[in-house]
Design a protein around this ligand. Structure first.
Ligand SMILES: *[C@@H]1O[C@H](CO)[C@@H](O)[C@H](O)[C@H]1NC(C)=O
Ligand SMILES: *[C@@H]1O[C@H](CO)[C@@H](O)[C@H](O)[C@H]1NC(C)=O
Ligand SMILES: *[C@@H]1O[C@H](CO)[C@@H](O)[C@H](O)[C@H]1NC(C)=O
Ligand SMILES: *[C@@H]1O[C@H](CO)[C@@H](O)[C@H](O)[C@H]1NC(C)=O
Ligand SMILES: *[C@@H]1O[C@H](CO)[C@@H](O)[C@H](O)[C@H]1NC(C)=O
Length: 508
């Protein structure tokens, strides 16, 4: 689920493909809600290097077990008396920054085994995504909160308690996290926020990509090039997504476009590319060791609300599947107690006592409608030059992508109705339509760019994912919406082997 811009003008036409990559964290697929893990059964978390020689790194991110009972979250106990307003990081003043620094100084100075310490806060992320715990009720499955709709709710809870701890440490109930407004391509949100940069600050982290300090603009698609205005256009064109509000947890177990697109892109862009794991931000294990992590996720959280209430065609609704609503997680509160929370209590940010101001620059990506660089269908020329026809799985078996694949795919009429299919998956796979020459240096600013699927590095596992991208607006902008066949190009950035099982365009 994600900020969703494309596709609200027309019946939706989606491109699907099943992607396999040798990579990644374990995925869970289960028929009952995700439960809390047994914190007494902790093992080392593992990670694999992605830069330099292949090494496996093992980390102890086992979480402290505080004395006392586990608290079941309820709104009575966690009453909010004042509303917290999370401000954009590039807009807050010196007093705000001073308090923010103080809060993280205090958090960093707590003993490591204190549940409220910065070290523990960072380990929470590692523990729940690198296999430190088994999933409750199913010993065969390691706990992992990414790659699903749980991603948004789990990170909302994470920030909620993190913010409460910081507020209690500075003794200010109005203390609010900031959000890194990287999607703002107009008013300065699209660089690393200045407040996180001074090296003598508690907000600093040395393990960041030094080539990406300001004034370098963020890249919401990994590896894009060009001058600043070209980067800005490509960034605007990247904040699109697939609106899966009607799909269920079970039918969509692999995460949405906000997670696999812009969210992963910022992790990769911020992490230190000279480190084996692109740490800190570039890998799950260490991402939350950088205070900028919480500001990054605050923006993801803001975009969830934006998607829910503030986009054309809204308001939208969250999933109502009980397996989603009843999924449970553990976090530590400001007193260091363990609290058990449920997804269903996280759906309304105002009920949790915080919110975000309207961001005027949102309108730029909401209204972004890139011009095409092609005209007419590329099918005849592609066909004449021998570009293959590739249909849906399984008829063509597995196709190895190598550095990329260009294929002709049937585009069905408007009337067909099909069941929901899920999607997902850093290596990056970029998709273009009607552009047979597309390759890893092709700009993503035009109407031919469909979307990107980013895979963040983690343990060496095999991932199979359904990728689903909205393609109707692309076809309409290029003027080829009535063609029976279209040319699709999948471009791979990175060197992990990736296969697909087929390409399919459908209406929903
Ligand atoms: C950026 O590059 C584009 C394409 O080469 C060019 O048209 C534009 O003038 C450049 N803009 C700036 C500000 O240099
Ligand atoms: C979800 O389903 C409802 C009821 O069928 C429909 O009205 C709504 O447009 C759908 N929304 C999306 C985003 O698919
Ligand atoms: C935290 O501890 C303080 C002092 O004992 C207490 O007043 C407060 O209610 C506690 N907070 C929660 C959420 O339990
Ligand atoms: C699909 O529907 C649009 C309008 O909703 C129409 O203009 C177009 O011709 C249709 N395409 C096909 C292939 O039927
Ligand atoms: C790569 O793509 C660009 C833009 O689409 C194109 O101009 C260039 O010729 C392509 N390079 C190759 C080797 O196809």
């Amino acid at each position: 689920m994600g900020p969703y811009v494309k596709g609200f003008l027309e019946p939706w036409r989606f491109l699907f493909f099943v992607l396999g990559a040798v990579y990644w964290c374990t995925l869970f697929v289960t028929s009952s809600p995700i439960g809390v893990p047994n914190l007494r059964e902790c093992q080392l978390a593992t990670d694999r290097s992605v830069v330099g020689p292949l090494t496996t790194v093992q980390l102890n991110c086992c979480l402290p077990i505080p004395p006392g009972n586990v608290i079941d979250f309820n709104f009575g106990k966690y009453k909010t008396t004042t509303k917290r307003v999370r401000m954009p990081a590039h807009k807050v003043g010196t007093d705000y920054i001073a308090k923010y620094r103080r809060a993280y100084e205090l958090m960093r100075s707590l003993p490591q085994d204190d549940p409220r310490s910065f070290a523990t806060q960072a380990n929470v992320h590692c523990a729940f995504c690198n296999g430190a715990y088994k999933q409750a009720g199913d010993d065969s499955v390691l706990l992992q909160v990414h790659f699903s709709w749980l991603f948004l709710a789990c990170h909302r809870w994470y920030l909620y308690f993190h913010e409460r701890i910081l507020a209690s440490l500075v003794g200010d109930p109005t203390f609010s996290l900031v959000f890194w407004n990287w999607d703002d391509q107009r008013n300065g949100g699209n660089v690393m926020p200045a407040m996180f940069l001074p090296t003598d600050s508690s907000l600093y982290d040395a393990k960041r990509n030094q080539a990406n300090l300001p004034p370098t603009l963020v890249k919401l698609v990994p590896g894009i090039t060009g001058n600043n205005s070209e980067i800005i256009n490509q960034n605007l064109n990247a904040i699109t997504g697939t609106d899966l509000s009607n799909s269920t947890v079970l039918s969509a177990p692999l995460g949405g476009s906000i997670e696999n697109g812009v969210h992963n892109a910022i992790h990769f862009w911020t992490g230190d590319i000279t480190q084996p794991l692109i740490q800190d931000m570039g890998t799950f294990n260490t991402a939350a060791r950088d205070p900028i992590f919480y500001a990054h996720h605050s923006n993801v959280d803001r975009l969830w609300d934006k998607w829910r209430y503030g986009l054309p065609g809204g308001p939208r609704s969250d999933h109502s599947d009980p397996d989603f609503l009843n999924a449970e997680f553990y976090f530590y509160d400001e007193n260091g107690s363990l609290v058990k929370v449920k997804v269903s209590d996280a759906l309304d940010s105002s009920k949790l006592g915080y919110g975000y101001p309207e961001v005027a620059a949102d309108e730029l990506w909401i209204n972004y409608s890139p011009a095409p660089i092609t005209s007419g269908s590329a099918v005849p020329a592609a066909s004449a030059s021998g570009v293959p026809f590739v249909g849906g799985a399984p008829q063509h078996g597995t196709i190895s992508l190598g550095s990329g694949l260009t294929a002709i795919v049937a585009a069905p009429g408007n009337t067909s109705r099909v069941k929901k299919v899920t999607r997902d998956s850093f290596v990056s796979v970029l998709v273009f339509v009607n552009l047979p020459s597309a390759n890893s240096s092709t700009a993503t600013s035009s109407a031919e760019y469909v979307g990107t699927y980013n895979i963040i590095p983690a343990p060496g596992k095999t991932l199979t994912a359904n990728v689903k991208l909205e393609i109707g607006d692309n076809l309409r902008r290029i003027g080829i919406q009535n063609e029976a066949e279209v040319v699709l190009s999948l471009v791979v950035k990175g060197n992990q082997p990736i296969t697909i099982q087929g390409l399919l365009i459908r209406y929903e």
